[in-house]
Design a protein around this ligand. Structure first.
Ligand code: AMP
Ligand code: ZN
Ligand code: FE
Ligand code: FE
Length: 280
């Protein structure tokens, strides 16, 4: 069993990067990927800890890309390092824009007369770099204007809601190109977030395969067995690797556990070799 999708305090997870390999080993995983949003900053700490406890480590990140309407397209990139290659340079630019967006978001929520300040959210997030909407949601809950993180999104923070402030996004094919130029490989995360199904989803996946994607995430923590099976079929159809992971975030997504997701996840070890072969 492996887990190729986890988040740490470097983005919006609640465990420090070094804790993720420990949780993976305890769950019985042979390898673990750290895939923080828009950041490679946790990789060296997580890799070092994985080495100490003797579990395989895959460097990664998750990038939010442009998608039509209220849909979201997240792209996981594997085998990338925190260096000066194209993907890492682009992530620096994305983080600068995230900072601008967070300041604007705090202003917007203030205009809506909601009890939340930039400083409060920063205290919850721990750092400017990983700060995002889930941290704003946590503060809105703590200050009594939302019942849960999901409720905070539904009322204020989700796309199209009154508190929504966009940040700059890449196109999926751009991420695939930069991933390859940096020695990595791009994978479409939780494909049903595109809001598509059947032939429409197949058309998008076919296009992504043609633009250099190496895989799609089929074994996803929150998908039902029949959804996972449909995505495995789609991967085979377009010669992509069917990858998988829990999307563990700690207390931010309390239903998801490293390795086993909601309890029934088991990503085969063979996925990692298959993904390695897509590097070029
Ligand atoms: P940000 O990168 O700061 O815009 O926040 C993105 C994070 O917000 C992702 O980790 C998502 O899990 C979470 N998120 C985005 N949209 C929603 C939504 N509609 N409901 C719940 N969580 C969401
Ligand atoms: Zn997240
Ligand atoms: Fe995601
Ligand atoms: Fe994720």
């Amino acid at each position: 069993m492996i887990d190729l999708h986890t988040h740490s305090t470097v983005s919006d997870g609640s465990d420090p990067p070094g804790r993720i390999p420990e949780l993976a080993a305890a769950a019985g995983c042979r390898a673990i990927a750290l895939t923080d949003h828009d950041s490679l900053a946790g990789l060296s700490e997580a890799r070092a800890r994985a080495g100490e406890i003797g579990i395989g480590f895959v460097s990664g990140c998750e990038i939010s890309c442009r998608a039509p309407g209220s849909a979201s397209m997240h792209v996981l990139v594997y085998f990338v390092e925190d260096d000066d290659r194209p993907l890492a340079v682009e992530l620096d630019a994305l983080r600068a824009d995230r900072h601008r967006r967070n300041l604007a978001l705090a202003d917007r929520l203030g205009q809506l007369e909601l009890p939340v300040t930039y400083e409060e959210v920063l205290a919850v997030a721990g750092s400017e770099a990983g700060m995002g909407r889930p941290h704003f949601a946590q503060v809105l809950v703590a200050n009594g204007v939302a019942d849960s993180i999901q409720d905070a999104f539904d009322r204020y923070l989700a796309t199209g809601r009154p508190g929504y402030v966009p940040k700059s996004r890449l196109e999926g094919p751009d991420v695939a190109r930069m991933a390859r130029a940096s020695g990595g490989v791009a994978v479409l995360a939780h494909p049903f977030s595109l809001g598509l199904d059947g032939p429409e989803l197949a058309t998008v996946v076919e296009t992504l395969a043609g633009s250099g994607f190496g895989g799609i995430e089929a074994f996803y923590g929150r998908y039902r067995p029949e959804q996972r099976a449909a995505l495995v079929d789609l991967a085979h159809r377009f010669d992509l690797v069917a990858t998988g992971g829990s999307d563990y975030h700690g207390v931010v997504k309390p239903d998801l556990t490293v390795g086993t997701g909601q309890g029934d996840l088991e990503v085969p070890d063979s996925v990692l070799d298959a993904l390695e072969r897509r590097r070029s």
